[in-house]
Design a protein around this ligand. Structure first.
Ligand code: ADP
Ligand code: MG
Length: 236
């Protein structure tokens, strides 16, 4: 089948890709699927930002990442592109359970991230949902079983993991902790710890924050495996 051949070619391209040697200053130089490449193009993102140019290549290879770059530097695409690629290459369907979980500190940030996902993921066929409360647990729970990607706040997601039966997380491929410094500042450490307890240990984890702090390294020690540290410093 034609799609299968191109998926194999994509996997070969990823396997052969060397983030250290490659010129990563163009999206078109990265081994990305055509739906993701088209989504980026249609969203008018022309070139990767520094954090994207450094984090996406490493994440595409399956490594865990501890990334730090100031607010406004483009961290959202730095994790959404690897999330889409990971599930696409795994031929993820709605019958495979939850494939990717993205944890945000606030409802507002979760909504923003979901909107960017809807934009750059528009040519993919993944089902994605928001878990931020506001509806009854039961109403929210009914849709969750079919979702491949969820963007959530920690407390609400933990409620579902503790009580929603149709939610299957045993196959989770990739976990993202976004704005990890704010997650810690808002007192969500124990919720995140409890949440991670529900997830399979064999997975990829990407952790991003605006600052590098002691609290963030505490969180990362518990969730990351031999991470690549990527810090983008402010330059003139
Ligand atoms: P952060 O999470 O680091 O604060 P965001 O991911 O929210 O940053 O991105 C900040 C802004 O930069 C957003 O308006 C986003 O649309 C824009 N942006 C992100 N990546 C690119 C890119 N590659 N090219 C142009 N604009 C971008
Ligand atoms: Mg952000």
């Amino acid at each position: 089948k034609r799609e299968q051949v191109s998926l194999e070619q994509l996997q070969d391209a990823v396997d052969q890709f060397d983030p250290k040697a490659a010129d990563t200053t163009k999206f078109s130089n990265l081994p990305l699927s055509s739906p993701t490449a088209s989504g980026i193009e249609a969203s008018h993102f022309q070139a990767p930002t520094d954090i994207q140019a450094r984090a996406i290549p490493v994440a595409l290879k399956g490594r865990d990442i501890l990334g730090a770059a100031k607010t406004g530097s483009g961290k959202t695409l730095a994790f959404l592109v690897p999330v889409l690629e990971k599930l696409y290459r795994a031929r993820w369907t709605e019958y495979d359970g939850l494939g990717a979980l993205i944890i945000s500190p606030t409802r507002e940030l979760a909504v923003q991230t979901f909107q960017v996902l809807a934009k750059i993921g528009r040519f993919h066929s993944f089902s994605a949902g928001l878990v931020i409360g506001g509806k009854s647990l039961k109403d929210e729970a009914e849709r969750l079983g079919r979702m491949s990607i969820l963007v959530c706040t920690p407390g609400r997601m933990l409620q579902h993991l503790d009580s929603t039966s149709g939610l299957q997380v045993d196959n989770l491929q990739i976990l993202v902790l976004d704005e990890a410094d704010r997650i810690m500042d808002m007192g969500f450490k124990s919720a995140v710890d409890a949440l991670v307890e529900h997830l399979p240990k064999e997975r990829q984890t990407l952790l991003f924050s605006a600052t590098q702090s002691r609290k963030v390294s505490d969180l990362s020690r518990l969730s990351l495996k031999d991470p690549e540290y990527i810090a983008v410093h402010e330059s003139a």
